[in-house]
Design a binder for this molecule. Structure first.
Ligand SMILES: [Zn+2]
Length: 254
């Protein structure tokens, strides 16, 4: 399912005469980190959450001296519950972003229909504020308005871009899938490790996976790999440590 911004871009592209509108020097294509932000954030968040919550669950249940079958049942239940809640949470939050975008665009469309001159002056003002002189800004505003008024206002006035457009289903599926992948890692380790090695092996391997994930996310986002890895590892170790403590106390109590 595409968002309101995609619809505008698609309509503008459909209306555009490709050869005449795009004559001139070939555009060299460069990829910016910003293009990856949308899906990267959901994917890393999902995988990270999957590893931390499932590894903590497995370590906590194992710390309560439970049999391997109980540890795995708890882990699988955690995976399913976590994936569903991630998907639901992401879908709801991105849908509300999509609703806001749709409402803003509907208002913009109305204003373009009722007060086109004021909208043109507004667009001119935006280009003047960006450094164009008033005459040139006027001509740019006129040409872009003729080319696709709503697209120009969506991009330059509202700041909407297709790179950041809200795609609820895509975001929900991405985070649920990544949560499941993340959660499967400690589960596989718990399934193959000797019983009395489940806690140390699940903890160590999960921290390793998290450090790799943190470093990967930092690299893809153009940030420091080491800092990314350390940040994720520290907070995850804290979460797992506290859960193991609770599991140990709970195990001793029952
Ligand atoms: Zn406007």
């Amino acid at each position: 399912m595409t968002g309101p911004i995609d619809d505008i871009a698609a309509r503008a592209d459909a209306g555009r005469a490709p050869s005449r509108a795009r004559s001139g020097p070939p555009v060299h294509r460069e990829r910016h980190f910003a293009e990856r932000i949308g899906w990267l954030r959901a994917a890393v968040l999902g995988a990270n959450d999957g590893i931390v919550s499932t590894a903590s669950l497995v370590v906590g249940v194992a710390a309560a001296e439970s049999a391997r079958a109980n540890v795995l049942i708890a882990g699988v239940a955690g995976l399913v519950a976590g994936a569903m809640s991630m998907a639901a949470g992401e879908y709801i939050s991105v849908s509300s972003q999509s609703d806001t975008e749709r409402a803003d665009l509907a208002r913009e469309r109305r204003e373009l229909a009722t007060t086109p001159d004021a909208e043109l002056r507004e667009l001119q003002g935006i280009y003047v504020a960006r450094g164009l002189d008033p005459d040139l800004a006027r001509r740019v505003a006129e040409q872009l308005t003729a080319h696709g008024a709503l697209e120009a206002h969506a991009r330059d006035e509202l700041g909407f871009t297709t790179a950041h457009a809200a795609r609820p289903v895509q975001a929900a599926l991405a985070s649920a899938a990544m949560f499941s992948v993340g959660a499967a890692l400690p589960l596989i380790v718990a399934a193959v490790a000797p019983s009395r090695w489940i806690i140390p092996l699940v903890s160590a391997s999960s921290l390793l996976f998290l450090a790799l994930l943190g470093g990967l996310a930092a690299t893809a986002g153009g940030a420091s790999r080491l800092r990314g890895a350390l940040r994720v590892t520290f907070w995850s170790a804290l979460a797992m440590g506290l859960t193991a403590l609770v599991g140990r106390l709970f195990g001793a109590a029952v």
